[in-house]
Design a protein around this ligand. Structure first.
Ligand code: ATP
Length: 216
């Protein structure tokens, strides 16, 4: 049985934090492939167009043959729910043991996802610790155990493990903020997004003036 992981996200834009956790998952489990699933219309977020996000994702993952992008969300009518993504991908990849890559902040919300309790036991969860409010590793573990307990109350079991990544504070919001600052501040105040995103992604952002006041 093959071992595959789904990595869902807005990727607005994709950054080194995403790539680091996908690469860590690949070797830690180990996995044969990671399927990146950009969300079409994130319900609580205002993002740049799906096309821009997918183009940046393509540039970021193109050198890793174990990374693939699924546009499965495009073909779905109605709301896009994680459980549907897993069900749809299962028909493309039969005979698969599924894993789901997620950051701690997102994992915390799993009991509230649409059919989250069901989804919780359909795959193994690979959780990336993340600096939320200054948590250390013990506190992160406590958060995961709380999620586990919430699910257990309804007789749902969950299998999870932490990804052994160094804590990195990079986020898409930070990149967007820096791009915005870049467009309004003077040169001396600017902080570049260089080294926070892959270089081709940085060039793409610049070429299309994304996340600045001049955005398309
Ligand atoms: P935003 O800052 O806009 O909320 P984001 O950086 O969290 O975006 P997403 O595309 O929403 O990026 O994230 C996809 C997944 O990757 C989520 O599960 C998120 O928790 C996780 N993730 C993103 N960045 C990191 C990071 N630096 N460390 C650990 N997990 C991360």
């Amino acid at each position: 049985m093959q071992q595959l992981a789904i990595f869902g996200g807005t990727f607005d834009p994709v950054h080194w934090g995403h790539l680091l956790l996908a690469q860590t998952a690949l070797y830690q489990v180990p996995l044969e492939k990671i399927i990146w699933v950009p969300s079409l219309n994130p319900p609580h977020k205002k993002a740049v167009s799906f096309e821009h996000r997918v183009e940046m994702l393509k540039l970021a993952v193109r050198e890793n043959p174990a990374f693939t992008i699924s546009l499965i969300e495009v073909n779905r009518s109605g709301n896009s729910y994680a459980i549907n993504t897993l069900i749809d991908l299962s028909s493309f990849y039969p005979n698969t043991h599924w894993h789901w890559i997620v950051g701690l902040d997102t994992f915390q919300t799993l009991p509230r996802w649409h059919r989250g309790h069901e989804l919780a036991q359909m795959c193994d969860w690979l959780i990336a610790p993340r600096l939320l409010g200054g948590e250390n590793v013990t506190q992160s573990e406590l958060i995961c155990k709380q999620v586990e307990q919430q699910l257990r109350k309804q007789s749902h079991n969950i299998r999870w493990q932490f990804l052994n990544i160094p804590l990195v504070g990079v986020s898409s919001s930070l990149i967007r903020q820096l791009c915005h600052n870049d467009s309004v501040k003077t040169t001396s105040d600017r902080l570049s997004i260089r080294y926070l995103v892959p270089e081709p992604v940085r060039s793409y952002i610049t070429a299309h003036s994304l996340y600045s006041d001049k955005s398309e």
